[in-house]
Unconditional design. Structure first.
Length: 288
């Protein structure tokens, strides 16, 4: 096979940030004919076990892996990328695409960035729906490994219809108004419920303290809503619920973005007006 330009994403911060970075680089590489090389998760914020979560997600399985990060490795070439949303500042990938810069496609040299967001969220890429081509692969790999039971009805007996996850980050109070979630729930009650239908069940997944969150915003309480927080759930269970939900209300979060890329839920509400990300074609862009 003819050697191709080889790219990867490497970071050392939160799980959502790293996985959103890797999935967007997989998509960009597939679209541009590059070769994606997978760097396994090796360090995570939030005290998560990187090795366990890498195995749980399983998304890098079909790619060649690279994990030798000696500073003197001659094959590594770091390339900076503009911050997401700065589409008037073409990054290295875009310059290679346009032919104004070259990529040494020798089958060895590996170009790495923190992420591929400057290409994925610019120039109409996300809106084109190209990522849908990778969804079957994402889902096949993700479900190839054992997953926890979502236990939708745990703590809420009754006859419920669609299962809805709302992801509320602990820090979202300063980023997204809690009214965003309250309005989303009201609209989804109408959209997914109604005559002849069982009402939807809502499960909030949050890394905040649920008791403190509800004391601050009691309007989030509801007879159809269960709260799972960092004390009552796990990162993997919370993420899995996001993936397999019938409908998903995103946080302003890389973890939300990753879950929506894999789950490809038919109904996705995205906080669009306060975020520098672009939506996939079928997502509903909501005001924050």
């Amino acid at each position: 096979n003819t050697p191709r330009c080889r790219i990867t994403a490497r970071g050392a911060d939160g799980l959502g940030h790293q996985m959103e970075a890797k999935l967007t680089c997989m998509a960009v590489a597939a679209a541009l004919g590059f070769e994606y090389i997978h760097v396994p998760l090796h360090h995570l914020d939030h005290k998560a076990n990187a090795t366990e979560i890498e195995e749980f997600l399983n998304l890098g399985a079909p790619y060649e892996h690279y994990s030798n990060w000696r500073g003197d490795d001659p094959i590594l070439k770091k390339r900076d990328a503009p911050n997401v949303g700065r589409c008037k500042e073409p990054g290295w990938i875009r310059r290679v695409e346009l032919g104004t810069e070259t990529c040494k496609a020798d089958g060895k040299t590996l170009y790495w960035h923190d992420n591929c967001w400057d290409r994925f969220y610019c120039y109409g890429f996300a809106e084109s729906g190209f990522l849908y081509n990778l969804v079957p692969q994402f889902q096949r790999l993700y479900f190839a490994k054992p997953k926890p039971e979502p236990n939708w009805l745990e703590g809420m007996p009754g006859n419920w219809g669609a299962k809805v996850v709302m992801h509320i980050r602990g820090g979202d109070g300063a980023q997204i108004s809690t009214d965003f979630y309250i309005r989303a729930r009201e609209d989804l009650r109408k959209l997914l419920g109604g005559a002849g239908k069982s009402p939807p069940l809502f499960r909030v997944q949050t890394d905040a303290n649920a008791t403190m969150l509800l004391e601050r915003v009691p309007a989030l309480l509801g007879p159809d809503t269960i709260f799972d927080d960092k004390y009552s759930s796990t990162v993997t269970l919370a993420f899995h619920r996001m993936v397999v939900a019938d409908a998903f209300v995103m946080a302003r979060s890389g973890l939300s973005m990753t879950a929506a890329f894999i789950g490809n839920q038919s109904t996705v509400f995205m906080p669009h007006s306060c975020w520098d990300r672009q939506a996939l074609p079928h997502w509903t862009k909501r005001s924050c």
